[in-house]
Design a protein around this ligand. Structure first.
Ligand code: CA
Length: 225
């Protein structure tokens, strides 16, 4: 899952980015409204965390402009307590939810996960493919009754493969959803992580659920006894 944080307070932005990445979200930061609008318009994000008081273009205008362009990315707006702006106005401009500053990180993540479930069609809270089970909110993954420990990046890749329900997902799509834009290395890093995943969820169970589709990418197939 990929999140854009539009926030000009650099310390707060860095704190949110670090925290979200620990939770397995690939996170980019835009430091002003114009850049935020431009990045959000690429359509590369599953959700946008949008501050209201921003240089160049305020959060209301960014939000209204995205909606005017028929961009329905879920937006969580950050409002300031006692500010001259309020929550009702945030929702009026097309935000899906709001959070009042200062907020706790745990609450931010809970709001984001709820938005991701609601936004962009049906997103089940817990993903299952055969006996594989991934719970994004609890950051847990299981094969049958075995809880398997995955790193945040491995978890993010499994989430992408599971959400795609057996379709082929290209390496660059995986890279885009699971790494942030600061990573400009080799797309083959994806192969390395697929190998880690196979060692955890295929090899110990004598399966080949993560399949390589030559020249195209990877797909996850349901295991049948
Ligand atoms: Ca601000």
């Amino acid at each position: 899952m990929r999140v854009l944080v539009v926030e000009d307070e650099t310390e707060l932005a860095a704190y949110v980015k670090r925290g979200l990445e620990r939770e397995g979200f690939a996170t980019d930061v835009a430091g002003d409204g114009e850049l935020g609008l431009e990045m959000a318009s690429t359509g590369a994000y599953d959700a946008v965390v949008l501050d209201i008081m921003l240089p160049k273009l305020n959060g209301y205008r960014v939000c209204a402009e995205l909606r005017a362009r028929s961009n329905w990315v879920p937006i969580l707006m950050l409002t300031a307590k006692d500010g001259e702006y309020d929550e009702a106005e945030a929702l009026d401009t097309g935000a899906d939810d709001y959070l009042t500053k200062p907020f706790s990180f745990v609450v931010l993540v809970a709001h984001l996960r709820a938005l991701l479930r609601r936004g962009g069609g049906a997103r089940p809270a817990v993903l299952t493919v055969g006996d594989l089970r991934l719970d994004p909110a609890r950051r847990s993954f299981a094969v049958g009754d075995d809880i398997v420990a995955l790193t945040p990046t491995e978890m993010a890749i499994m989430e992408v493969l599971m959400r795609r329900g057996g379709d082929v997902v290209s390496k660059s799509e995986i890279l885009d959803s699971c790494w942030d834009w600061a990573y400009d290395g080799d797309v083959n890093i994806v192969e390395v992580y697929i190998r880690y995943l196979r060692k955890k969820i295929d090899v110990p169970y004598g399966r080949t659920q993560i399949q390589t589709v030559r020249g195209a990418g990877y797909r996850l197939v349901e295991h049948r006894e």
